[in-house]
Design a protein around this ligand. Structure first.
Ligand SMILES: Nc1ncnc2c1ncn2[C@@H]1O[C@H](COP(=O)(O)OP(=O)(O)OP(=O)(O)O)[C@@H](O)[C@H]1O
Ligand SMILES: [Mg+2]
Length: 281
């Protein structure tokens, strides 16, 4: 069940290279929330400000204009940075930048070791993270001999072992083939649905967005659309103007509607499309 705001930004603005002639205003008065327990997608064209926004969620960037609260803690207060980093884990596009050790299980233990936890608890967390992501078979492997998809799962396991309340994934499947993408996304869904971890997924893939509870569309540093994917994608014109694509099922049903099939305009899943077509018969 979706509850209170876990992360909240108020009039958050951010510029790169401030003071110089080529300053970039990457965020403009962004007001948004990540609710506790939800699976939130953030999408938008290249350069719309997704990563800049997400980097404020765990203190990688500090708000200079506006406010960011994480579980009620002000991110502007340096004393809260360590606590915020424990609450919110980050996973990036390229797992190579996140893997530090030559053996998978040591890599996953790295974060909990830095928390100064007792060895027995570290072992328990590593086992749990490996098991949760179904990669226990990889524990003694060397990360650089794994496939890109497996590496990304190891990177996620490393974050999971820190037991964060929320995980922010910045285009985690951008470098993966369809199978790797499916594996990563299925695991991310399980982390949310089974482990109850709040997830923020930054992505360009509408096939990933449709699985989320809510979506935010960014454009030129602003939040332009927000809502349940089935409600956002029915606003056809707006979606196109923001440079987004439609999910396959939405595209197919729009095509069929044009040919006279009386299908509803909120279809985003193939299963829904099949059901609706069957009902027509
Ligand atoms: N380190 C930086 N220095 C200067 N400008 C930057 C920097 N990082 C991002 N920008 C600029 O800030 C704006 C927002 O970039 P950001 O990376 O947040 O967008 P994004 O939505 O994540 O894009 P993408 O889909 O390509 O990952 C862009 O205009 C980008 O060029
Ligand atoms: Mg980005």
């Amino acid at each position: 069940m979706i509850l209170n705001p876990f992360i909240e930004t108020t009039d958050l603005s951010f510029s790169y290279r401030t003071g110089s002639s080529n300053a970039v205003r990457a965020l403009k008065k962004v007001n948004m929330q990540v609710k506790l327990g939800e699976l939130l997608a953030i999408t938008g064209q290249n350069g719309s400000g997704k990563s800049t926004l997400a980097r404020h969620f765990n203190g990688l960037l500090t708000a200079r204009e506006g406010k960011v609260l994480v579980d009620g803690l002000s991110a502007a207060d340096k004393e809260n940075t360590a606590a915020i980093r424990r609450l919110v884990g980050m996973v990036f596009q390229n797992p190579d930048n996140q893997l530090v050790s030559s053996i998978v299980e040591e890599d996953i233990a790295f974060g909990p070791e830095n928390l100064g936890l007792p060895p027995a608890e570290i072992r328990e967390r590593v086992d749990w993270a490996l098991d949760t992501l179904n990669i226990s078979n990889l524990r003694r492997e060397s990360p650089n001999q794994l496939s890109e998809g497996q590496k990304q799962l190891v990177a996620i396991a490393g974050v999971l072992a820190m037991k964060p309340r929320c995980i922010v994934l910045d285009e985690p499947t951008a470098h993966l083939d369809p199978r790797g993408r499916r594996e990563v996304i299925e695991n991310v869904l399980c982390l949310n649905r089974i482990e109850g971890i709040t997830i923020v997924l930054l992505t360009h893939f509408m096939s990933e967005v449709v699985n989320c509870d809510r979506m935010i569309v960014m454009d030129k540093g602003e939040v332009k659309m927000e809502g349940a994917p089935c409600d956002v994608f029915r606003q056809g014109e707006k979606i196109l103007n923001l440079g987004l694509d439609f999910p396959v099922a939405a595209r197919l049903s729009a095509g069929l509607r044009r040919k006279g099939f009386p299908l509803p305009d909120h279809i985003i899943h193939i299963e829904e499309l099949i059901d609706s077509l069957c009902q027509l018969k």
